[in-house]
Ligand binder design. Structure first.
Ligand code: NAD
Length: 499
């Protein structure tokens, strides 16, 4: 078991990028920050790179460049030219797969297989899909009546125009992938963007901005500002030159952003936290449901917004499912994300490790039964052993709060009604999955679950062509699909009067 990253195995491109003096990406150029902050490898606690701190003036400069590009060169790009840009960017993301996936794995601790497949592979897929929408954004044409103007004829149009300058603020848990989820629909719609990545893993966003230039996207269309805490994001949200805020992150930050954005009536797209339930009914195929339940929480080390973090199982199958999930948890190989034999890396930071272990300790104190894990490793690195807390009660903190780590809480239920009641007893409503073969029951439960996404006999199945967004405190927002593109447009109606 190799626990610490061996940075010698990195390709020359990733090594060179980590070693660079990083700046901000403003108006197509690298601009040195007012200060720097450390990027730490969570397998060792060692500093692997230094990112730039943007001053409030530099945030303003990035917004001005985005505005200039919006009104200037980018506005003259026809839809098919925007499409071509996004297609070229997809090709470039793929061509730089090794560099991007290695940088992301080193900074975030996520497995290389995951950063390769999701941050690079899925991102290229999203860029191509969104590129296709650039030529298909349609408005409406009608024949108006307007009875109080009796003479002549009218044509009426509802046109969709880019909303303007978008501030995109993203977290670290799929840092490049989520940046692309924001950038791609914004550019397809003709907007320009100032991207603010997370301080834990900001480097791939900077590399993405360079690749955007290489793809022929004009200077100033994609800008990136970085910072060590909330100040840069907050300055961006409050900036009067920003038209829309597109945010993915925690519910607490999302509500602060909503308040800040309301002062200047900016449009907000908020994709927030989750505590998604997985419901295994008495007729479920356990050969499928057990591994799916385990990986619904343990994939990406539990750092997925719609991780299946609450497991509810019919009482007749509860002990079998718990035993199966615990067996999988115990077989997980913790190790360096760069080692292809690892099946789980560390969490993103020591602070996150301590936060997650704190939830486990509190869960045990409140009476949950520890079935697996519950500890870190006797080694530097933000590792948390995959954990299962059983027999939990609805009021426990580990059931109510998003832990965002490899911690599953589980409880039995006696009836379909009780399963639905437990699942819906949460302030969150991002995803939910049902495991059953009974078609009528699946229909009923799909209707009854309060979640933006309901999956049946699968969990966390996100398709780029389907909208993805939460209910309740998981946020008013939508990513992916045509909806995400339309969310970046504003309506202009035009009425033509002719005699
Ligand atoms: P976070 O809310 O702490 O930070 C997210 C981003 O917001 C970071 O870039 C951060 O620097 C910035 N930020 C912090 N305070 C700000 C402020 N006051 N104004 C503007 N920007 C500010 O979240 P995190 O810990 O980075 O990420 C984990 C969270 O993200 C989890 O809650 C997870 O569920 C959520 N998430 C949601 C989705 C979704 O699609 N719903 C997807 C992935 C992650």
């Amino acid at each position: 078991m190799v626990l610490e990253n061996d940075l010698e195995v990195l390709g020359a491109e990733a090594t060179a990028f980590l070693d660079r003096e990083h700046g901000l990406h403003i108006g197509g150029a690298q601009v040195l920050g007012s200060d720097g902050f450390s990027i730490v490898d969570p397998t060792s606690g060692r500093v692997v790179s230094v990112a730039a701190e943007a001053s409030p003036e530099q945030v303003g400069q990035a917004v001005s460049c985005a505005r200039k590009a919006l009104q200037g060169p980018w506005s003259s790009f026809r839809p098919h030219e925007r499409e071509q840009c996004l297609l070229r960017l997809a090709d470039l993301v793929e061509a730089n797969q090794r560099e991007l996936s290695e940088i992301e794995a080193v900074c975030s601790g996520r497995l290389l297989a995951n950063t390769r497949g999701i941050d690079v592979g899925y991102s290229a897929h999203v860029l191509r899909y969104m590129g296709g929408w650039a030529t298909k954004i349609a408005g409406q044409a009608i024949t108006p009546s307007i009875p109080y103007i009796p003479d002549g004829h009218f044509s009426g149009f509802a046109l969709r125009r880019p909303v303007g300058v978008v501030a995109a603020i993203v977290p670290w848990n799929v840092a490049l992938g989520l940046a692309v989820w924001k950038v791609a629909p914004a550019l397809a719609a003709g907007c320009t963007i100032v991207l603010k990545p997370s301080p834990q893993s900001p480097l791939t966003a900077l590399r993405l901005a360079e690749l955007a230039l290489e793809a022929g996207i004009p200077e100033g269309v994609v800008n990136v500002v970085t910072g060590r805490d909330s100040a840069v994001g907050a300055a961006l949200v409050r900036h009067p030159g920003v038209d829309m805020v597109s945010f993915t992150g925690s519910t607490d930050t999302g509500s602060r952003i909503a308040v800040d954005a309301a002062a200047s009536l900016k449009r907000c797209n908020l994709e927030l936290g989750g505590k998604s339930p997985l419901l295994i009914m008495e007729d479920a195929d356990l050969d499928r449901a057990i591994p799916a339940a385990a990986w619904a929480i343990f994939a990406n080390h539990g750092q997925n917004c719609c991780a299946g973090s609450r497991l509810y199982v019919h009482e007749s199958r509860y002990q079998d499912v718990l035993a199966g999930v615990a067996e999988i948890a115990e077989a997980i190989q913790l190790g360096s994300p760069l080692d292809e034999t690892s099946t789980m890396g560390p969490l993103v930071s020591e602070a996150q490790q301590q936060r997650v272990l704190g939830f486990v300790a509190e869960g045990k104190r409140e009476g949950a039964r520890l079935v697996a894990g519950g500890v870190g490793l006797e080694h530097p690195g933000a590792y948390v052993v995959p954990t299962v807390l059983a027999d939990v009660e609805p009021q426990m903190q580990c059931v109510r709060e998003e832990i965002f780590g490899p911690v599953l809480v589980a409880a039995p239920f006696a009836s379909e009604e009780e399963a639905i009641r437990l699942a819906n007893d949460s302030r969150y409503g991002l995803g939910a999955s049902i495991w059953s073969k009974d078609f009528d029951r699946i229909g009923r439960m799909t209707e009854a679950l309060q979640a933006g996404a309901v999956w049946v006999n699968v969990h966390n199945a996100l398709d780029v062509a389907l909208p993805f967004g939460g209910w309740k405190s998981s946020g008013p927002g939508v990513d992916l699909s045509e909806q995400a593109v339309l969310a970046h447009t504003k309506i202009k109606t035009a009425v033509h009067h002719y005699c």
